[in-house]
Design a protein around this ligand. Structure first.
Ligand code: PEP
Ligand code: MN
Length: 353
């Protein structure tokens, strides 16, 4: 089983592998309290950010090396394994000095090949598990490049964390999942374990459960979930953290299906279809918004809604393109006419307001 490549001794090779803990280590008390509650609920691996990459200066940038001693204490007192994010060579050396068991590379760092290379070189000869988050931008090759850099220095215990991708057009999610990207990574590297980070994808605690279920349905290997003893008072990412007890409820509610290769392939293809349908809907809605803006313009300038020559031109051009892409011309005509009809309806709606 592929999960074994990142397993630490004593952790069961069972889906989902769970990593939980606060976004950031804040105080010794907060780290210990969270870890004790997690350990009591059977969680084996703690996460806690010691150095926090922030989009803007002035936010909480992490407690730094001081917090590593708290993680060491968690290890000694609860027997949990501990993990943290590294972004520079210095972070790697510090983390190793304190015996951190597992490291991860954050999304902003994965996007920077210089930083990844520096981390890889600092890790040379140390074969601890390293998880690589997807880069902030939806670039699969850049993500794969980071794995190659670590592989090249001899790191073998590698895993991927899917935390979603930044988008200017924020809707439900903090970071768009774009499931097809990790699915393609899995197709290309079937033995690479993949862990979902529903906290950073959703950005909201109520989205953690449905996102985790979806990850399990896609046969992900694990989950990394931000968990805090008092989430509302967290110094970073408060809205997406849950308590250790809520985490337990979420994990207990998950339905873990057994995957056989053929159904796995089929369900992955179905998810791709679902995702494309979602994108189609969003694009159509965007197109209608533009139509309504045109409606407003026409209203202000006293113009007619339908301008026949422009419509015919669009129709013929698009049908020609669709045929070149392997679609039937009659099918395309029906789709485009339906879209146009709805567009006109929306414009008339604007004109009559
Ligand atoms: C984190 O794990 O707290 C974090 C900073 O995540 P990301 O790199 O995914 O933004
Ligand atoms: Mn976080």
């Amino acid at each position: 089983m592929k999960l074994e490549s990142i397993l630490l001794p004593g952790v069961e090779a069972k889906r989902p592998l769970v990593i939980a803990g606060p976004c950031s280590a804040e105080t010794e008390e907060q780290v210990m309290k969270t870890a004790r509650q997690l350990a009591a609920n059977g969680i084996k691996i703690l996460r806690a950010g010691i150095w926090k990459p922030r989009t803007k200066p002035g936010g909480f940038e992490g407690v730094g090396s001081e917090g590593l001693a708290w993680l060491k204490k968690v290890r000694q007192e609860t027997g949990m394994y501990v993990s943290t994010e590294v972004a520079t060579q210095k972070h790697v050396y510090e983390a190793l000095k304190y015996g951190i068991d597992m490291l991860w590379i954050g999304a902003r760092t994965t996007a920077n090949p210089f930083a990844v290379q520096e981390i890889a070189e600092a890790l040379q000869g140390v074969d601890i598990p390293v998880l690589i988050k997807n880069p902030v931008n939806p670039d699969l090759e850049l993500w794969i490049g980071a794995f190659e850099r670590l592989s090249k220095v001899g790191i073998t215990k590698l895993g991927a964390i899917h935390r979603g991708f930044s988008s200017y057009d924020k809707k439900i999610y903090r970071n768009l999942p774009q499931w097809h990207i990790p699915i393609e990574l899995k197709r290309r590297y079937p033995d690479l374990p993949i862990i979902c980070d529903p906290s950073h994808i959703g950005g909201r605690r109520d989205l953690i459960e449905p996102l985790s279920q979806r990850a399990m349905d896609l046969n992900y290997d694990g989950l990394i979930i931000e968990t805090h003893c008092d989430p509302d008072t967290a110094w970073s990412d408060a809205s997406q953290q849950v308590t250790p007890d809520r985490l337990k409820q979420i994990l207990d509610s998950l339905i873990i299906r057994d995957f056989k290769q053929t159904t796995e392939d089929l369900s992955q293809l179905r998810y791709q279809i679902d995702e494309i349908d979602d994108q189609l809907l969003e694009l159509l809605a965007k197109r209608m918004r533009v139509s309504r803006e045109i409606g407003t313009y026409k209203k202000e300038h006293n113009m007619a809604v339908v301008q026949t020559n422009r419509y015919d031109e669009i129709l013929q051009k698009r049908i020609g393109e669709a045929v070149k892409m392997g679609m039937d011309s009659e099918f395309m005509r029906i789709v485009l006419e339906a879209i146009h009809e709805e567009s006109v309806r929306q414009q008339i709606d604007v004109l009559n307001k």
